[in-house]
Design a protein around this ligand. Sequence first.
Ligand code: GBH
Length: 490
Amino acid sequence: MKFQTVCIVILVTIGFAAAQNNTTFPDGFLLGAATASYQIEGGWNADGKGVNIWDTLTHERSYLVVDRSNGDVADDSYNLYMEDVKLLKNMGAQLYRFSISWARILPEGHDYKVNQAGIDYYNRLINALLDNGIEPMVTMYHWDLPQKLQDLGGWPNRELATYAENYARVLFKNFGDRVKLWITFNEPRTFMDAYTSDTGMAPSINAPGIGDYLTARTVILAHANIYRMYEREFKQQQQGKIGISLDNAWCEPISTNDVDACERFQEFNLGIFAHPIFSKEGNYPSVVIERVDANSKAEGFTTSRLPKLTSEEVNNTIGTYDFFGLNFYTANLGKDGVEGGIPSRGRDTGAILSQDPSWPESASSWLRVVPWAIRKQLNWIANAYGNPPIYVTENGYSDYGGLNDTSRVFYYTEYMKEMLKAIHIDGVNVVGYTAWSLLDNFEWLRGYTERFGIHDVNFNDPSRPRTPKESAKVLTEIFNTRKIPDRFLD
Ligand code: GBH
């Protein structure tokens, strides 16, 4: 063979090997699936569970849910959790992210009354996972606040930072010997918005531009309290890791004039929680402070709508993480400009959002398929916060149901390929991934009309049978081979 030919052969081989590498999950990378208590458990009043804000919303304001359904039974995982463990086991999942229902553990919200039946339930689930070689990743709060705490004002009441810490202590005491991955909060960006509209998520309260910022402060303080309390009281013995799951939709500037608008969008939605915890300087992003203060003044408020963190609180919050949890689904196009009521966080942000009609749709109005966006979002986080370990704690696609979910297969394989580029080409420190969701479930205000599961659930059958969809089969293959199958590579 001529020297040149040999060189070409070698280069092609190296190139091929590199491409193969880029579609393979690194050693130690954890793969699995995710759920949340209210969306799957049912057993809404079983064995001493207290009422939470989703029980209240679905029972008393059922018109807010598109099909007027609720989570009273949902997937009945309170009884059928062994079925869920089997699904995970069959897939070769290494990780199961689920959440604990606060009111199942503390029916009154406060720690003076612990419901032993609730403790027993999660012990059974955790032990079954560990028996099957699946690592539990536990979200402490996925939106189902005990009603008793909402009666005190809910998240805008900063005392909840202490009540949440007391709840977390009960969890560490009872489960921390076996649970080593903890997520304090799921998507505070989403539940801060539950205080901005009386047609939104529970508790569905209309205080835009005020209730959301009050919520943000309480959540940041609660997260820091929980992290520091774990350090003081448990970490040495239990050796667990704590993070928070933040969600964002990537903002892609429409033109070079819109770059700042998209940066502001990142800061008002992700940075507002991430900057206090993950940045070196701490506190809210300065653009958030400046703009909310200025707008508040212009609007006639004597005090800013953004409640400040004291310097002690700022310092106490910096570095309160072992990993970054990212829930990522979609992207928007962003344009410089002002929209939204007076007052509102949207108006404070100063970005006008839309979606590109050429991006493939899902069953959810907000969710279009934009695989390259996850790579950009991961890079944004790595650059902003010194490349922390990241778990993608949610990522998924909705349709109207059915086993032959080829659009969902496309979604998972394309997003995973882009995530792997972020890891291998860009050097972003992504260490795990849990698909949303293990099974079809109660999709909040969309009821059972939008399906995110990789397993189908028949909600008309009292035994709630679970069946793998095509996507579950493909993910099973990916979990076992730890690479994207060749047929999905271009
Ligand atoms: C996640 O939120 C949740 O953590 C999970 O519980 C949920 O099942 C999953 O996504 C799928 O939705 O209706 O136009 O006002 C994802 C982020 C934020 C997306 C709120 C939907 C409401 C958009 N979500 N958003 S809209």
